[in-house]
Design a protein around this ligand. Structure first.
Ligand SMILES: NC(=O)c1ccc[n+]([C@@H]2O[C@H](COP(=O)([O-])OP(=O)(O)OC[C@H]3O[C@@H](n4cnc5c(N)ncnc54)[C@H](OP(=O)(O)O)[C@@H]3O)[C@@H](O)[C@H]2O)c1
Length: 227
């Protein structure tokens, strides 16, 4: 099985790399700039590729020759939280630049990656897992604030749903996932669950992707999230 993971050098992305290596997959682990987190995973089934998901074609964009002709699973995991929730993402403090920057990384990034790798996913009749967040659910939003992160993850849910519909005729399955509240750098290692539990849950959902409707938004524990 050939697996491509973005934002793979730390946090949940690194957890996915470890999981898929442990079950015998060959993993193309994409990192933005620093791949030191991947160095300790000595495996000849681990390939590393530098890919900043905000880069455009004429600006150091990824060479797809780095990837295999058949991609069985793409995990669009790379993401940023942006400025502090209270001081940088409130109604008074959030800036247009931050709104656009987070949209670029968290939503346009996964779209760029799929546009670039689509033919290889179609050839393999592969799967795509887009990692959003419950914070992107409008129905679940009871506390307000966090404008840039919430909006970027909402947009990703929408983009992921369109991808699911558009790629369904090619037998490519697409799902949107919420990892839970996970102890990583993004949460300053607060959170309710560790990376291993989150990844184990999401990998189980990916294994059973046919049980879910195209573009469904599912949490690591299998619960369907209204959006
Ligand atoms: N942790 C949670 O509780 C939680 C909850 C809901 C959703 N999520 C989502 O889960 C995903 C992983 O989160 P995490 O907690 O593992 O976060 P993390 O520890 O902050 O790791 C984020 C990863 O994304 C990469 N990244 C950031 N910008 C990138 C870019 N422009 N191009 C390529 N890679 C980029 C980072 O690379 P660098 O090392 O180069 O910065 C890093 O590898 C994110 O999409 C996040 O929004 C997390």
């Amino acid at each position: 099985m050939n697996v491509v993971i973005t934002g793979a050098a730390r946090g949940i992305g690194l957890g996915f790399v470890e999981h898929y290596l442990s079950i015998g997959a060959t993993v193309w682990a994409c990192y933005r700039s620093d791949k030191s987190g991947l160095n300790r995973l000595g495996s000849d089934r681990l390939k590393t590729v530098q890919w900043d998901v905000t880069k455009e074609k004429d600006n150091g964009f990824i060479k797809t020759s780095a990837f295999p002709d058949l991609i069985d699973l793409l995990i669009n995991n790379a993401g940023v939280y942006g400025p502090d929730k209270e001081t940088g993402q409130s109604l008074d403090t959030v800036t247009p630049d931050d709104m656009l920057r987070l949209l670029d990384v968290n939503c346009v990034g996964p779209l760029r990656v799929v546009q670039r790798l689509k033919s290889r996913l179609i050839s393999a009749k592969g799967k795509i897992a887009n990692i959003s967040s419950k914070m992107g659910s409008c129905e679940d939003n009871t506390s307000g604030g966090c404008y840039a992160y919430r909006a970027s993850k909402s947009c990703l849910i929408s983009v992921s749903k369109s991808m699911a519909i558009d790629l369904s005729p090619y037998d490519v399955r697409v799902i949107t996932l919420h990892p839970g509240w996970v102890r990583t750098d993004m949460t300053q290692h607060s959170g309710l669950i560790d990376v291993e539990s989150s990844v184990k849950g999401m990998a189980g959902i990916i294994d059973n992707i046919d049980h879910y409707s195209p573009g469904a938004f599912i949490a690591f524990d299998g619960k369907c999230i209204p959006y």
